[in-house]
Design a protein around this ligand. Structure first.
Ligand SMILES: Nc1ncnc2c1ncn2[C@@H]1O[C@H](COP(=O)(O)OP(=O)(O)O)[C@@H](O)[C@H]1O
Ligand SMILES: [Mg+2]
Length: 218
């Protein structure tokens, strides 16, 4: 049975897919069978869900698409609204079964959440319930821009409240204009109770050199 990580972020559009793909490549380079999963994708372009395509391309084993991506919706809106509009109820048991199937095939499953950690999935549940149902250590991608310290600390608190370990965090520099980048990163290093897995400069390739920090937390 493979091990998994749940990749969440301080917001949407801050690098979860980018980091998830880098993690898949890094685990593959260690000789592991690594597969990506996007349980819920909302927002298609020309009949394609970019996150799903990128994760499939970054995986080194082929898995059934319905397991990689059990739920896909066209409009780029919150999963609970997209599902409601489509007349679908997002069921965590469906996602759990899909995850199990991937986990039986792979050494590592990288699960990319939708939006931020507390994004609503249906009338009652949020992304935190999904991460809890899968019972996975969480990797937090922080989109380094003004306001991210608050978002990062709130997200870390929500991960703790969900009873899940924070396996590590990644500083992804999505704003080339950010002031005091080093000081912001140092602030989070002091205040987040987890290892800094990597710093990604704006426009640069991701170096997941610190992926070794995840070994043992798989
Ligand atoms: N460090 C970076 N430098 C420049 N662009 C980035 C960086 N990280 C992500 N991006 C770009 O920002 C956009 C959102 O990233 P993505 O990984 O899709 O975020 P998410 O999965 O959180 O929505 C993509 O176009 C991606 O290529
Ligand atoms: Mg994404």
């Amino acid at each position: 049975m493979g091990k998994g990580f749940f990749v969440t972020g301080t917001d949407t559009g801050i690098g979860k897919t980018t980091v998830s793909c880098a993690l898949l490549h890094a685990f593959a380079a260690q000789g592991k069978k690594a597969v990506g999963m996007k349980p819920i994708a909302a927002g298609s372009e020309n009949g394609q869900w970019h996150d799903v395509e990128l994760l499939i391309a970054a995986s080194n084993i082929r898995a059934a698409r319905e397991c990689v991506n059990p739920y896909a919706f066209d409009p780029p809106v919150s999963p609970h609204l997209a599902a409601q509009q489509a007349g679908v109820e997002i069921d965590l048991a469906v996602i759990q079964r899909a995850y199990q199937a991937l986990s039986n095939q792979a050494d590592i499953v990288i699960v990319e959440g939708a939006g931020g950690f507390l994004v609503p999935l249906n009338a009652q549940q949020t992304g935190a319930d999904l991460a809890h149902a899968l019972n996975l250590p969480v990797i937090l991608v922080v989109g380094m821009r003004l306001g991210c310290l608050n978002h990062a600390l709130l997200t870390a608190q929500a991960i703790k409240a969900a009873g899940l370990p924070l396996a590590g965090w990644v500083a992804n520099c999505v704003d080339p204009q950010i002031l005091m980048l080093e000081e912001n990163i140092a602030t989070l290093e002091r205040r987040l109770d987890a290892s800094l897995l990597g710093v990604v400069q704006f426009g640069n390739e991701i170096d997941m050199g610190n992926i070794a920090l995840l070994v043992g937390k798989e």
